[in-house]
Ligand binder design. Sequence first.
Ligand code: TYM
Length: 332
Amino acid sequence: RPRVLSGIQPTADSFHLGNYLGAVRNWVTMQETHDAFYCVVDLHAITAGHEPEVLRRRVRVSAAQLLAVGLDPERCTLFVQSHVPEHPQLAWVLNCITGFGEASRMTQFKDKSARQGTERASVGLFTYPVLQAADILLYQADAVPVGEDQRQHLELTRDLAQRFNSLYGPTFTVPAPHIVRDTAKITDLQDPTAKMSKSASSPAGIIELLEEPAKSAKKIRSAVTDTGREIIFDPENKPGIANLLTIYAALTGRGIDNLVESYAGAGYGDLKKDLAEVVVEFVRPIQERTRTFLDDPAQLDKLLAIGAEKARGVSSATLRTAYDRIGFLAPA
Ligand code: TYM
């Protein structure tokens, strides 16, 4: 079976529809076809400021949501990044073969550090993509299911794998991004040319899986739409309606063409009203299951401990090889 690895940051109290449709939904399907490793990346979550108690809570909430949307610990390995010390260990090695200029060109770093002020942005934020590369390379992943915004980080990961392999001998599988085009960039409901984002969107622009469903419905109904009245799929000229159709299609399994056909002659309001209902029906059971997992934190922590143990089985072997190749003396 080919290997897959992906990660998600516990930087909010809930994942949003972009996270789910762009990435996590594919994690669920890939656990059937791949040897799958998924992690809650808490080391990444401290790169831009955080509160300890909030972080601890969010890691559990993140794991519970992942289980609630369908990750199955019998079919995949679900773990918390900081439970596996090989991640920062390999990241250090990769830091030493990453160019300063190369890291400086990462657009997510440029955006985030500009928002925080370059003087205040942490060195951790700067080397964030290198830690991400370590996450992936430790598991010899063939594929990495992510949204469009991670493409550049995946490019860097591939470059680092190839560089290490040519400097020190074949060590890492060179991974390919798995980006499903239709849902690779879910946009902000209030600003449909920008991506839906935990850190950059206004609350009205994002649908959170765990928010009050009535609130989600209201956000859909007040989503910014485009001039004109016709319901057609035209991302270029009608990004608002295109985004709503994308979400609608993804949540129901109906084709975009089929939706467009059935809304011929109807107004934006009709589409929004129906989609609001679809979203409400979609999140309700997820919220219920998330609550069930959170009701038993001891059991949840136990699942995560088993996941970390399984992850270490793979990551420790890869790290050992990488350490050997780079010339570290093995401890006697
Ligand atoms: P994060 O936590 O920001 O997002 C998790 C996943 O959700 C995807 N995503 C979206 N997809 C479509 N439309 C959107 N509006 C949208 N917003 C977010 C992201 O592309 C991502 O796949 N750097 C990663 C975390 C990470 C990682 C890894 C990923 C750390 N190590 C190793 C893969 C492999 C991140 O910030 O994801």
